[in-house]
Every structure is written in C-alpha cells, then in structure tokens.
Design a protein around this ligand. Structure first.
Ligand code: S3P
Length: 179
C-alpha cells in the first residue's frame, strides 16, 4: 500500500493458535510497517523462553513483563503487534490498548486453535491441558469481544483473513493517505 501511512498501532488479540503471528506478519508486509510478536520480543529482551519465564518466574511476573513491554512498544512508530493470548484479558489492558491503537480479534473456534497449537510445536504452558485451555477460552471471549474489529480465522486461508482485515481497517479509516 504505497502512498499510505498507518497512524496508529494495530494490535492483534485472540486465543493461542488463532493465527496472530502468521496473520500479523502478512498484514505488516501488506502495510509496509514493522511487525512485532510480543512473545518473541520478550524472549529476545530477557534471553529466556516463555516456558522458562513461566516456570522460573511465574505467570504474575510474565504478565507484568508483558505490560511493561507493551508500554515501550507503544512509543515506537505505528506498527503491527501480535499479543499473547492472555495479554488483552484484563479490564485495564482492554482500556489501555483500545486507547493506544486499533485492536483486532482473530476469532478462531477452540478445536482449530488447539489443532494449530499442536501443529506449531511452539510450547505453550497454558495449552498443555486441553480441559483447562477450554475454560480459559470461554472466560477470555468477553475480553476479546471488546476489540474494535473481529475477523474469523479458523481454517480460512491467510489471504482470505487478510482481505477481511483490510476491509475492516478501511472502514476505520486506516491506513491514511500519505501527505
Ligand atoms: C499465553 C499465550 C501465549 C504466550 C504465553 C501465555 C496465554 O502466546 O503469551 O504462553 O495466556 O494465552 P500465543 O497466544 O501467541 O500462543
């Protein structure tokens, strides 16, 4: 999209395995902006894997690290940022992120999300137990549903999801025409 600029960050929210990283990379490429995956950003900042952070420091410390990293990223030029599945799931996070940029919920059925988690081979401490993950999935929908836009992912192709995302963004007036 030459001749256009993104004026606000785009935050991709949604459950583990919804496709936030894959779709985020494609969207950033399409908009010619930087892409950051929050988990990868934290891993490269700390030198620890997400699994190590959970095991050695615990989930409350991980959540604090997520919030601090987001605050730093909010000061960078507008870009696409994919969040972890739990990042958006506190009332303060919904308020802060909806104020700081455009939030987009990648909505994926539970079975498809779990299938992708298994395929990924990317270890996720909170997806190890499927029954507990299903409870989290149900509890979190009330937060995800407060995002500005919702796009269905599931088994849809990346171009199909991207098409809907770009339609939704246009409806919100993004990206703007370059001056
Ligand atoms: C989490 C999701 C993970 C990662 C961490 C916790 C969650 O990210 O942040 O394992 O609470 O749902 P993905 O959604 O990218 O898998």
């Amino acid at each position: 999209m030459s001749g256009s600029i993104l004026s606000r960050h785009i935050y991709l929210v949604g459950f583990m395995g919804a496709g936030k990283t894959t779709v985020g990379e494609a969207l950033a490429r399409e908009l010619s902006v930087t892409f950051t995956d929050l988990d990868h950003f934290l891993e490269s900042e700390t030198g620890l894997s997400i699994v190590q952070i959970f095991a050695e420091l615990g989930e409350p410390v991980f959540r604090r690290m997520e919030s601090e990293a987001l605050l730093r990223l909010s000061q960078t030029p507008a870009q696409v940022i994919s969040l972890g599945g739990g990042t958006f799931c506190r009332p303060e996070a919904v308020e802060a992120l909806n104020g700081a940029g455009i939030t987009i919920w990648l909505d994926c059925p539970f079975s498809a999300a779990m299938a992708r988690c298994r395929r990924d081979h990317h270890p996720r401490p909170l997806a190890a137990n499927e029954a507990q993950a299903r409870i989290l999935f149900e509890q979190r929908r009330q937060f995800y549903s407060q995002a500005h836009l919702r796009v269905a992912t599931g088994d849809r192709s990346v171009p199909a999801v991207l098409h809907d995302l770009l339609d939704g963004l246009r409806w919100l007036g993004e990206p703007k025409a370059a001056p």
